[in-house]
Design a protein around this ligand. Structure first.
Ligand SMILES: [Zn+2]
Ligand SMILES: [Zn+2]
Length: 341
């Protein structure tokens, strides 16, 4: 189960070398990748794994193998810069371990995810509160709510705030690196272009449609932003290879973007069908159960967030109406029920 994929080396058309460093980022065997970029102005690490279980050890083993197995004149302490592609724990949770091993690299992230790093404890409290309000509105029953919130809290315990030295800015490329802000999966999600190679992080993956959460939980996430970000990536020319934060490399970026867009169209149709064919207006929780059948544990929470992302997208664009407006007006935080307009 916990089989680690090999370290891979890639060359860009403008002379950079990229090492893909595999890590088991979650105890269930989920694999994530960090990338080491050599040959630019300074050795740069992109992402740092989760810090759970063996993740940081996998990262360090990978960094050492770059010299030992690939013969690079590179030492872990040579890294001068760590770029975090987005504020999800499987990408930054291992950052303090990485910094300890490296020494004192400059750390950067997009401004919209900066607080996740610098004010982590505050961020957890605010995000947890937003999630709880969201789940009540989504129609989750009290017992279930307690269970889901416990699960959510459990996944956040090992990380502490740390400092960010500069922010990633689309208008300020670094030597050999261009940045694109591609929110949707995460508010501060960035993709990084290195010549003919695109590091797409979790914005574009080859097999999975990246997880999207409702924007009412966190600004700049959700289906609307995600679709805009896909369109932004569709304008890129000359990308030969796309490397994500998980899963295998993508050879045809534009074909993959097209698939992801089609899946979103289908999902929107499916949500409308579910609501249309019900004999009463539905909550997000009811829609989620039909949209994502047979989900357990943490996946229930992800399904609820994702169903809400699709419902919000359709509501904002005038496809849905709130059916229990009177209740919504008079109760504190009632669950919302949707009908098709
Ligand atoms: Zn992510
Ligand atoms: Zn990820």
């Amino acid at each position: 189960m916990s089989e680690l994929p090999p370290i891979e080396r890639y060359q860009t058309n403008h002379g950079l070398t990229i090492y893909r460093l595999p890590m088991i980022v979650f105890p269930n065997g989920f694999v994530g990748y960090a990338y080491l970029v050599l040959g630019g102005d300074v050795p740069t690490l992109i992402d740092a794994g989760s810090g759970y279980g063996r993740s940081s050890q996998d990262l360090l083993d990978g960094l050492r193998a770059v010299r030992e197995d690939f013969g690079e004149a590179f030492d872990v302490g040579d890294i001068r810069r760590v770029l975090i592609t987005h504020g999800h724990v499987d990408h930054f949770g291992g950052l303090s371990d990485a910094i300890r091993a490296i020494g004192a690299p400059q750390v950067a992230i997009h401004p919209l995810d900066k607080r996740v790093l610098t004010n982590y404890e505050e961020r957890v409290v605010v995000a947890t509160k937003n999630l709880e309000i969201y789940l009540v509105r989504a129609g989750v029953r009290q017992e279930r709510l307690t269970e889901l919130m416990e699960m959510y809290g459990f996944s956040k315990k090992h990380v502490r705030s740390l400092k960010v030295d500069f922010v990633i800015d689309e208008d300020h490329p670094l030597p050999g690196m261009e940045f694109y802000h591609v929110p949707g999966h995460c508010s501060g999600q960035v993709a990084i272009r290195l010549g003919d190679v695109l590091l797409s992080a979790d914005h574009i993956l080859p097999r999975t449609s990246p997880h999207l959460a409702a924007e009412s939980i966190t600004h700049y996430t959700g289906v609307g932003h995600y679709r805009e970000s896909l369109r932004k990536m569709a304008t890129l020319d000359g990308i030969r290879l796309t490397l994500g934060g998980h899963e295998s490399p993508i050879d045809d970026l534009h074909a993959r973007i097209h698939e992801l867009q089609s899946r979103l169209d289908l999902k929107a149709e499916r949500v409308l069908d579910i609501i249309r064919s019900a004999d009463h207006p539905l909550t997000i929780s009811e829609i989620s159960k039909q949209l994502y059948t047979d989900k357990h544990g943490f996946d229930v929470l992800l399904a609820l967030q994702e169903a809400g992302a699709h419902v919000e997208y359709l509501y904002d664009r005038g496809y849905l109406a709130v059916a229990n407006l009177h209740e919504f007006e008079h109760d504190d935080n009632p669950s919302l029920m949707y009908s098709v307009l």
